[in-house]
Design a protein around this ligand. Structure first.
Ligand code: APR
Length: 251
């Protein structure tokens, strides 16, 4: 226990002394809210298949994606942020982090109160018609119900697609450029709840390391970048954040 507390204190000292700390989050941050991650044994890929977010699969069999969307995406709208999201909002409020980059599409960081957010894989909030371009903001319950009642077909009859990055698609350029700038100028780079196996998101910690930033990884399970981390916390995020909460006001 003492060892972990000692490492946490080193983490917090680096965070406190940083000028441009940046955070990159992944699906593990939303697991305590009830959203499965992707690659854990009971993650989304185990249940729906690795190709559920492939753009070719979507065009080949849109209804397979829509069936998944009913259970695995629209349900995200009912989910609340958890202690990890709220701690990250507090760190931004206290000026301790300058930017929050997320691979998550659930919008929970924005709901929790973070303002400087780069959603580099987009978000489920917006669905667009592939033919007429009509935009459905599904935080609006009528739009959400219209899509659910019409199996995600637009009023013009064509397919709609969520504003998220499928494998095989370009990332939203503006969001990724913002994230890259933050990473390249960071002096502390913290990753939370991501396996760091998907590019170009996993390139961001490498941009930070090239700027001599200190890398801190908080994740249950290995990541390919663990060996480059100043400290790797192989721990549950709720546990980690509970520690931080107890010490943050002393910063
Ligand atoms: N505490 C700490 N770590 C956790 C917790 C938790 N409570 N819950 C899950 N994790 C860890 C898992 O062990 C896993 O290593 O979070 C990591 C999540 O990794 P992935 O499931 O691979 O999710 P992510 O890294 O966000 O995936 C990146 O891949 O599928 C695409 O576009 C999708 O954005 C996603 C991208």
């Amino acid at each position: 226990m003492e060892k972990v507390e000692g490492l946490i204190k080193i983490f917090l000292t680096n965070l406190k002394n940083s000028k441009r700390a940046v955070v990159l989050t992944g699906a593990g941050v939303s697991v305590p809210s009830g959203i499965p991650d992707f690659r854990s044994p009971n993650g989304l890929y185990a249940k729906y298949g690795q190709d559920i977010f492939d753009i070719e699969m979507f065009y080949r069999d849109p209804d397979r994606f829509y069936d998944f969307a009913r259970e695995g995406l629209i349900t995200m709208l009912e989910v609340q942020p958890n202690k990890v999201h709220y701690l990250l909002a507090k760190l931004e409020d206290k000026g301790l982090i300058k930017g929050l980059i997320t691979q998550n599409i659930d919008g929970l960081h924005i709901i929790a109160g973070n303002k400087n957010v780069a959603e580099i894989h987009g978000s489920i909030r917006i669905w667009n018609c592939l033919k007429c371009g009509k935009r459905y903001e599904i935080l609006n319950i009528d739009n959400k119900n219209y899509l659910l009642d019409n199996n995600f077909r637009c009023s013009c009859g064509s397919l709609t697609k969520p504003d998220i990055t499928f494998f095989g698609e370009m990332l939203p350029l503006e969001e990724f450029s913002k994230a890259q700038r933050w990473a390249e100028n960071s002096d502390v780079f913290i990753t939370m709840g991501t396996s760091l196996v998907v590019y170009p998101a996993a390139q961001l910690p490498i941009y930070a390391l090239r700027n001599n930033a200190k890398l801190f990884i908080i994740n249950k399970g290995e990541t390919p970048l663990d060996k480059y981390a100043t400290i790797k916390f192989d721990t549950d995020l709720i546990e980690f954040c509970t520690y931080i909460e107890e010490l943050i006001d002393s910063l």
